[in-house]
Design a protein. Sequence first.
Length: 208
Amino acid sequence: MRRIRPLEGFFLLVILSGAAGHWALTSDPRQRHVEFLPEMVYGAAYEAQDPNPVFPDGRTQQVPPPGTIARGHAPLRVGDRLLSDGTTPWERLDAAERAAWDALVDPWHGEALDPGREAALVARGSAVFQVQCAVCHGPGGLGDGPVTRRGVPPPPSLKAEAALNMSDGQMFRVITHGRGNMAPYAAQVGREDRWLVIRYIRSLQRLP
Ligand code: HEC
């Protein structure tokens, strides 16, 4: 037999190690094989309530630093008071805070809006009302929404004396915190939309 020359031996080695590598790496194409730095693939995942050695207080879920404002919940200012926007339940507010809520006015208070802008704001309020409120309050706010024909206690008409006498702040509070059979809507309806829906209710109240 002819002797294998060094170069031939080298190529043979390359081919054999290639074949061996191929077999080792692709024996099951559905499995991961060689993993470099597996710690980066499988990072330690802590559950919210797990103890956590990383933080000084040993907890995974961190308390927000004082003064933190949740996104979409910028505090409401009444005079020199700041109110949390619906994140504190109504039952936990003291009398002064409740009074401050009921005294709130909308962001356009005292502004003379031109008719085009006014119409655009009311149109947005109307859209919110039809999507979020009309199921119960009815398309015209009379308290005859479709669910009331299916056993849900009907809300009072928004054109009745009680609603006519409510301040904008009181309505804002009912929409934000809920009242009686009406759930809070702060989570579904953003703050500006809540004011706009009140604007729309006022426009309904002016209709005969
Ligand atoms: C699931 C039905 C339901 C939906 C949806 C609903 N409401 Fe109500 N709403 C009620 C009920 C019931 C009451 C009466 C609450 C009570 O008994 O104190 C009420 C009361 C009110 C009042 C006070 C009326 C008064 O005369 O005291 C206002 C203002 C109001 N809702 C506005 C809204 C707005 C704005 C929306 C939409 C963002 C809305 N509601 C969505 C059921 C609903």
